[in-house]
Design a protein around this ligand. Structure first.
Ligand SMILES: NC(=O)c1ccc[n+]([C@@H]2O[C@H](COP(=O)([O-])OP(=O)(O)OC[C@H]3O[C@@H](n4cnc5c(N)ncnc54)[C@H](OP(=O)(O)O)[C@@H]3O)[C@@H](O)[C@H]2O)c1
Length: 327
């Protein structure tokens, strides 16, 4: 039996609680028995070393907030647990609050899983060193491409290969906007508004449309699967806000699509920019999907596509990390 503490109980945290409950029998058949012993978010928390029913937490969250009073410090100081799942909001500048939470859990000697890019963008190397020093596993598949299993694909299925380069679509919001602009030949501002109304773009879309989110994911991939010691300052970033209908039209008439591409190569060049992609190339994707084209020395080209976000999709990547840690 493994005891889990969940830090953050928003979209992804609740998705995790939902699937851990839904998959209980399958996990049991795999010989896995997970017990949630603590859940906290910014309003409070619940602790029970005998196990908390995930569905009860979902009920509480449906009605309002977790009970006040219990903080992360209470969990770290008084609860026995084996695995911490950190799913608080991303801050690409400081990594907080996730960075401090992850460090504290690693120092406590528990394995950690996160979907939060911030801590990895800010302190990838430090966190890896800390995890190794404390003999714990630190997993973060959900940070890049949501449910698209790009990190485990390289670590497991492509083990032994050298990754020569990677290029991909890592931001569903930008891809949705560009593919809509292309299809309808509508201006950026109008499509952005539509994406905001549909909940695909945030009220403040800067992070997505200026390429910062893609750059953060590229930094994680460069460090994790290419062994490049890079931070966000090493990425040359151009977003999609300057793309005009005329440029779209011209590209289309010449057989190209324009897509926001993140790319990294062995020479350590990291770049995020709108690129002309031949219309029938696998990266000329429409909608909110994510994709990555990976060049390897042994397996050649490998292409992967998947859902970059979503409550259950992102929780799926966390569950996969959890099973990998526990088997
Ligand atoms: N949503 C996706 O599809 C997706 C996909 C891939 C990766 N991610 C990443 O996964 C993480 C979680 O995303 P989300 O969509 O679940 O975000 P969210 O809905 O905003 O949930 C964040 C949770 O963290 C809690 N929180 C905020 N500040 C905290 C603090 N100081 N201490 C403890 N808990 C705190 C929030 O509590 P309150 O509600 O009480 O404020 C909330 O429960 C983010 O880093 C995001 O970038 C999300």
């Amino acid at each position: 039996m493994q005891r889990i503490v969940l830090v953050g109980c928003g979209v992804v945290g609740q998705g995790f609680l939902e699937i851990i409950s839904r998959k209980r029998n399958i996990l049991k058949r795999m010989g896995l028995d997970f017990r949630i012993v603590g859940v906290i978010d910014s309003s409070g928390g619940v602790i029970d070393e005998n196990g908390i029913d995930p569905l009860k937490i979902l009920e509480i969250k449906k009605r309002g907030n977790l009970p006040e009073g219990i903080r992360f410090e209470d969990v770290i100081n008084s609860v026995d647990f084996d695995i911490g799942i950190e799913v608080t909001p991303t801050n690409p500048d400081t990594g907080e609050p996730g960075l401090s939470y992850i460090k504290a859990m690693i120092e406590r000697g528990v394995d950690v899983i996160t979907s939060n890019k911030g801590p990895l963008i800010v302190a990838y190397k430090d966190l890896m060193r800390l995890a190794s020093k404390n003999g714990v596993q630190f997993k973060f598949e959900a940070t890049v491409g949501g449910a698209m299993p790009v990190i485990s694909l390289v670590e497991r299925s492509l083990a032994g290969n050298q990754i020569l380069s990677i290029e991909g679509i890592f931001n569903g919001t930008s891809n949705y906007i560009l593919s809509r602009m292309e299809k309808e030949l509508l201006p950026y501002s109008q499509v952005l508004l539509e994406a905001q109304e549909l909940g695909i773009a945030e009220k403040d879309p800067t992070f997505d449309v200026e390429g910062i989110d893609t750059a953060g994911k590229l930094v994680i991939l460069a460090n994790a699967i290419m062994g490049i010691d890079a931070g966000i300052k090493d990425v040359e970033i151009t977003g999609i806000t300057g793309i005009t209908t005329e440029a779209m039209d011209l590209a289309q008439r010449n057989g190209y699509a324009i897509r926001l591409i993140g790319e990294a190569n062995r020479e350590g060049q990291l770049k995020v920019s709108p690129k002309l992609i031949p219309r029938f190339h696998p990266l000329a994707l429409d909608g909110t999907l994510n994709a990555a084209l990976i060049q390897t020395d042994l397996a050649g080209e490998v292409f992967i596509i998947g859902r970059g976000a979503g409550k259950i999709e992102t929780a799926s990547a966390i569950l996969s990390d959890l099973i990998s840690i526990s088997t």
